[in-house]
Design a protein around this ligand. Structure first.
Ligand SMILES: *Cc1c(COP(=O)(O)O)cnc(C)c1O
Length: 449
């Protein structure tokens, strides 16, 4: 076993790592990755949601080579910019729901969210509203790991860092299956979600709120599509109090939900879009803040007054990353990737639904090519498994043994296969998963659960 002692693994159970050992991956082909011993895994998680056009797409490899040969890298400060970055900004506005706007480049989704918060603070300060600083996100949301974006992320683990920072607020999570009350219809539930948000706004003072950030479908929170009508109600409330809606499309953007944007899937009319992950299909670190017309105007006014927007990342707008993003977007659109997501959706969602017949599957959920299975000890009253069973990890680890990568998220496992997945490969995913679930469930039963 290779020794990874000197690596500080992030988002990894370090105690368990000593037992299971790391997985060192050195090669990939299509939707498969290979470890150092040559073992092959079908990656039903597209890397980390992002490698959607295939790990070795020849057009991507060729684009990187060509761009490195031509112009290997440059910053985007002091009015300097490379051609691919200009083209990518144009392209992102063209394919966005906005008729016009501006794009700011970062290296990651976290930085894009962080940048957006600073941008809102900057605008509000210049407009004479220095107290309009509070940010609302939802419980279970994921927006990243920098001090600000982690404060936005609605997960309990951030208390390990003494986060969230002051002024980062979390409204209720619209997961009907889990949080719906007894005898509460989905419609009533959604109404309650709206009330929760509005009460929070009123309690804090509407004129202290700088923005509301939401993922169209919560991703790392466990693949949680909104309850029916949720975003209609939310948008009404935000409009009423003049609060900008920022769509964190880091996972949903570029086709995951079956449309180019999750905002289209859920009729969201955002003021700003945050993009990353699929934007380069995992070939380069890149994030983007896409401002619509209104925010662009406000931003420009503030920037003229302040002389500049004092913000930027050394490698933001890197020409190689931007060239790769242009290529990935072209592949997604012109090689009919979104059509394939739509074609596979019923097979994928139907396959997940079938598992609801198994004893310990409480809920299957998802949309497009993002889905989750949540496991419970007792289906009737949705009683969760004891934490010591680590049910999600157990399934994910057994999947690895069986050559399938899918990710545990608490008591759930998440699947988000690449957009190039074939029907045959989808069959392999479900056959392997079925075998794995049956193995794990009989193991769990023998533990006396
Ligand atoms: C992954 C993710 C982020 C953070 O992106 P990084 O590139 O890991 O910093 C932000 N928002 C959402 C919705 C994400 O899924």
């Amino acid at each position: 076993m290779i020794n990874t002692d000197k690596v500080l693994h992030g988002f990894t159970d370090l105690k368990n790592l000593n037992v299971l050992g790391p997985i060192v991956l050195n090669q990939a082909k299509g939707i498969y990755v290979y470890d150092q011993d040559g073992k092959k895994y079908l990656d039903a998680n597209s890397g980390l949601w992002n490698s959607v056009v295939g790990f070795d797409h020849p057009r991507m490899v060729e684009t990187a080579k060509k761009q490195y040969e031509k112009f290997s890298g440059y910053h985007a400060f002091f009015g300097r910019i490379s051609e691919p970055a200009v083209e990518l900004a144009d392209k992102l506005i063209e394919i966005s729901p906005f008729t016009d706007g501006k794009v700011f480049f970062t290296n990651s989704g976290s930085e894009a969210n962080d940048t957006t918060v600073k941008l809102l603070w900057f605008i509000n300060k210049r407009k004479g509203h220095p107290n309009r600083r509070k940010i609302i996100t939802r419980i279970n949301s994921y927006h990243g790991v920098t001090a600000v974006s982690a404060s936005m992320t609605g997960k309990p683990y951030n208390s390990e860092f003494g986060l969230p920072l002051d002024g980062f607020l979390h409204s209720a999570c619209p997961h009907y299956w889990k949080y719906g009350l007894e005898k509460e219809s989905e419609e009533m539930f959604t109404k309650r979600m709206g009330e929760d948000l509005e009460n929070l706004i009123l309690r804090e003072g509407p004129d202290t709120i700088a923005g509301f950030f939401a993922e169209p479908v919560m991703g790392a929170g466990g693949v949680i599509p909104p309850s029916k009508g949720y975003f209609e109600i939310v948008q009404k409330i935000l409009k009423k109090y003049n609060i900008p809606f920022i769509a964190d499309e880091v996972i949903c953007g570029f086709g995951r939900t079956g449309n180019l944007w999750g905002s289209q899937t859920y009729n969201i009319d955002p003021d700003i879009i945050i993009a990353s992950k699929c934007i380069t299909s995992g070939f380069f670190p890149l994030g983007a803040v896409i401002l619509g017309e209104k925010m662009t105007k406000e931003m420009m006014e503030a920037s003229y007054e302040a002389e500049e927007f004092f913000h930027g990342f050394t490698a933001g707008g890197h020409p190689v990353g931007c060239a790769l993003a242009l290529e990935a977007i072209d592949i997604i659109i012109n090689e009919k990737m979104i059509e394939n997501v739509r074609h596979l959706e019923p097979i994928f969602m139907g396959g997940l639904k079938n598992f609801e017949d198994l004893e310990f599957i409480g809920e299957s959920r998802g949309i497009g090519l993002m889905g989750a299975l949540e496991m419970v000890q007792d289906k009737k009253n949705k009683l969760p498994f004891d934490g010591s069973i680590s049910i999600g990890e157990r399934v994910a680890n057994k999947c690895i043994e069986n050559g399938l990568i899918c990710r545990p998220l608490g008591p759930s496992i998440v699947l988000c296969p690449p957009f190039i997945t074939s029907e045959e490969e989808m069959g392999i995913i479900f056959d392997t998963l079925e075998k794995t679930l049956k193995e794990v469930f009989s193991e769990v039963k023998s533990l006396g659960q």
